[in-house]
Every structure is written in C-alpha cells, then in structure tokens.
Design a protein around this ligand. Sequence first.
Ligand code: KIV
Ligand code: NA
Length: 263
Amino acid sequence: AKKVTISTLDKMKAAGEKFVCITAYDATFARLVSEAGAETILVGDSLGMVLQGHDSTIPVTIQDMEYHTRSVNRAAPHSLVIADLPFMTYSDSTQAMTNATRLMQAGAQMVKMEGGVWLSDTISALVERGIPVCAHLGLTPQSVNAFGGYRVQGRTPKEAKSILADAVEIQDAGASLLVLECIPAELASDISAKLDIPVIGIGAGAGTDAQVLVMHDLLGLSDHQPRFVENFMAGAGNVQDALKAFVTSVKDGSYPREEHSYT
Ligand code: KIV
Ligand code: NA
C-alpha cells in the first residue's frame, strides 16, 4: 500500500470514510499497526504511563520521544507517523521549532501539541517552515494538575464554547489534524462537522472523522479501562487480529458505541 499523507486523510474526510490511529512506541508494534491498515500511528507521550510506569505524561522528555519515534519510523512503511511534543517542550514558538525539528528528524511526519488559542502563533510558525501540526483539545493529559484530575471536559456550555473556539482557531492557524479527547459526543460531532480538517476522537463518540486508542488499552493490557475503551483482544486469537478488529470496527461504525461515549 502507498504511504498515507495528509492529503489521503483530507480525501477520506471529504468522502465520509473513517480512518484509524493507534499508538505504537517500537518497531514490532509499528509494523503490526501498519499491517493492520491503520492510516496513522501516534508515538504518544502516553508512553510515560504504559512503558515507563509513571502516573502521568509529565515526566516524558524530548529524548524519550526521539528514541521511540526513530524505532517506529523504521517499521511503518504505510502509516503516517505523528509524534507528541512532550510537556513544556513547546511553551513558545522558538522552543517548539527546536523540539519539533528533533521529532521530524527522528522520522515523524507530523507533530502533536496540546492546546488551543494560545498555540496559534506556534502552529503558524511550524507550518510555515514545513512541519505539519496535529492539535489536541478536551482532556489534554499534560494539564492534569491544572484540571485537578483526569475528567471529561466540555460539559458546561462555557467549556464547550471555548473548545469549539479553540478548534476553529487552530484550524485557522494551519493545523492539519485535531485530536479531541474525552468530551461529550455531541460536541465532538459538531466540531467535526464545522471543521474542514480531519478530527480524531478518543472518548469523543462516533461522530468524529477518525478514532485513536492507546495500543495497550485496546489489547486489554491496562490495569484501568476507561469507559470509552473496548478490549479488542477479547474476541481475537492474537495481537494482529485484535488490531485488525479495531481498524475494521472503526471503519464499519461498530466502534465506538453509545456505551463508550459521554453526554
Ligand atoms: O499520548 C497519547 O497516546 C495520546 C492519545 C491518547 C491521543 O495523546
Ligand atoms: Na499524548
């Protein structure tokens, strides 16, 4: 199969075809994710939790992200590789340019950052210089201490309005993709319909253009399964089949269901 690019994803959104993202942090799993037909792979800073055993993503460093991005890039012939800029490595445009360069040179084709309006100058600076950006709104885990815990965002009209405004702003600044995490399904659906750029949801209902899950969650390996996670290993004989089941379920609309969504 041909390498997926941002124009592939734009065309899929325009055609109403769902696409899939799965996290991977090493070559073996990147290969399996790519072979399962996921259009995109996220080298997520969730590796701080699932690989390193921390209770948040805050301890993850740019060196950690470079190491895992290199490993993934060697084994993802088909999928678009997105890498997370970790906590406080993009606090201003200059710092973001330096650190995004490191991830791009490690093999990422796009970088992801948590934030909205405050990131718009940074997003423009990166995009003008040839670095595509995925923004991340809703429950942004790097802000867990500011939120006072991992909780669903956008439940009050005020919060919902501000997430929508952030989404429009990051699109105007030049972002190519948006991740929405743990927000009510209706809000995610509205934002996906309003934006031209593809929106990837996690715990954001079935109305987004794509879905992402942390690999360890969808394989049923995590000690705590949040409401929005389905264990795709349960009905599969091996990891390959579980990854394929997730891909197929997103594409045919059988995941996520009502029970996986927030209202
Ligand atoms: O780090 C990560 O895996 C993520 C996804 C959960 C979207 O940011
Ligand atoms: Na992340």
